[in-house]
Design a protein around this ligand. Sequence first.
Ligand code: FEO
Length: 163
Amino acid sequence: MIIDAKMEKALNGQIRAELESAYLYLSMASWFDANDLPGCAHWMKKQAAEEQEHAMKIYEYVVARGGHVILEAIAAPRNEWKNATEIFQQTLEHEQKVTALIYELVEKAMEMKDYATRGMLSWFVQEQVEEEEHAMEILAKFKKLGEIPISLAMLDKELGDRS
Ligand code: FEO
């Protein structure tokens, strides 16, 4: 069944949101690179790459349903932060916003009886649990250890190990 125009528009909006996430995380990576935290920069680059994969998952789904992917404008992301803790606080809040967007899409799919889209979104519902969990864990470590040189060096090394 060809995708409904309203759902196509909503999914195009989510493609934008995922690419906007990639842009934000790449900006955070750039801040870490500029502030001598290469491990944190590595983690954020991986995160940005994952967001692009999320966008492409939806892109391919829209195409598979006979829809047309229309790319929307993305605003310039924030580029200054006080410290790493503030960055991971924003990361968590950003992921919570994305989770809310995914839930809205799920509700829309249910209202429209678009079971294929509902099924496709299940992966995203689970992915958001992990995304929030990872951001919470990292934020908790930064808060617990504080941003003194020795703990920053330790956390930077740990985040640099993300595969
Ligand atoms: Fe694609 Fe981090 O949500």
